[in-house]
Ligand binder design. Sequence first.
Ligand code: SAH
Length: 397
Amino acid sequence: MPGIMILHPGREKSLLRKHPWIFSKGVMEVKEPPENGGDITVRDSAGNFLATASYSPESQIRGRIWSFDPDEKIDTAFFERRIRKAWENRQALIERTAVSAVRVIDAESDFLPGLIIDRYNGILVVKILSAGTEYHLQHIRSALEKIFPDDVIYERSDEAVRKKEGLSERKGILRGELPPQPITISENAGMKILVDVVNGHKTGFYLDQRDNRAALEKYCRGRDVLNCFSYTGGFSLYALRGRAKSVVNVDVSGPALAIAKENVVLNHLDPGRCRFVRADVFEYLRKSRDEKKKFDVIVLDPPKFAESQSQLQKACRGYKDINMLAASLLNPGGILMTYSCSGHMTPDLFQKVVADALLDAGREGQIIEYLTQAGDHPVALPFPEGLYLKGLVVKVS
Ligand code: SAH
């Protein structure tokens, strides 16, 4: 029998709206607590059944909902049903855009809290981020073996957030044998991209920016483009395919820039129009301003500046800083394509930060496109926190 978690009066409301989290302050009592990550029955203060959740005694998020159905057992069949459904939902995207790499499971937004699965060709890269998914790892693995009988399964649970759940970092093979890295994936009408699933960031690549990389192409013809936080050069490939005059890639990571260079050659694009600069973007932008460098198109795709609500103010200063500097480097009529992937930064706030940045730079701007994460990174309606990627295309006069 699983343990029982009883919520304070009124704390059942978010669960009745199918929100998947229970915060520690909402919990009145835990009877017969299971081990870290084990299943627990959640009841309201009157004793009514609310959900079956996983129990995270060390985390602020004390429970994550597996199911709102009192009869649903959390076993291999459960994971198989949810993963199959999510995989079916990806088929239209795969057929439409001929991508060979997709996010199969996007955690809460695919009704599997704490689980991320990206599939690169036939390699499933799995991230186990919560005590609950750790507890059920064997079930998840068995479900994946049934749905993807020929796939290699590689685990990348090397994320610091696991500490909040009382878990240490880990990575390694779960099934089969990895081909030599990097492998080649394709997206958006035949663009080839090298991905190292072992040593690359996250699961190897930023699949969430797929549509937005393609959106850049149309702005670049004959233009001088600056791609800040370029990683393996994703945006730059589209700039080059869109016949940019020149493209500068800036990133702190040497290995990422080395792959960026290879990606240009792999796609038969002109490396002569490309530069690869290993630098801190903040410093690079400041130096470029002092040297009076100019660009026509600038992409800013920084890492998450705010990991928590308490870091938001500092993050805003960082976002404002890079956007102000970038605006000051743009020729009149230039394009600023700017992103924030911090979930704590709301779309409204991000727009305000960018507006303030342009104001400080003494430039006027108009938003001509609103961008967000690709469709294989959905947002479950009861879970607005699932929206994290915001992008603005600003025409700067
Ligand atoms: N635009 C990329 C993804 C960018 S991820 C794509 O579409 O694939 C963010 C990148 O920023 C990472 O490659 C990381 O190495 C780099 N980075 C983080 N902090 C940085 C800094 N201060 N200066 C330069 N690069 C930084």
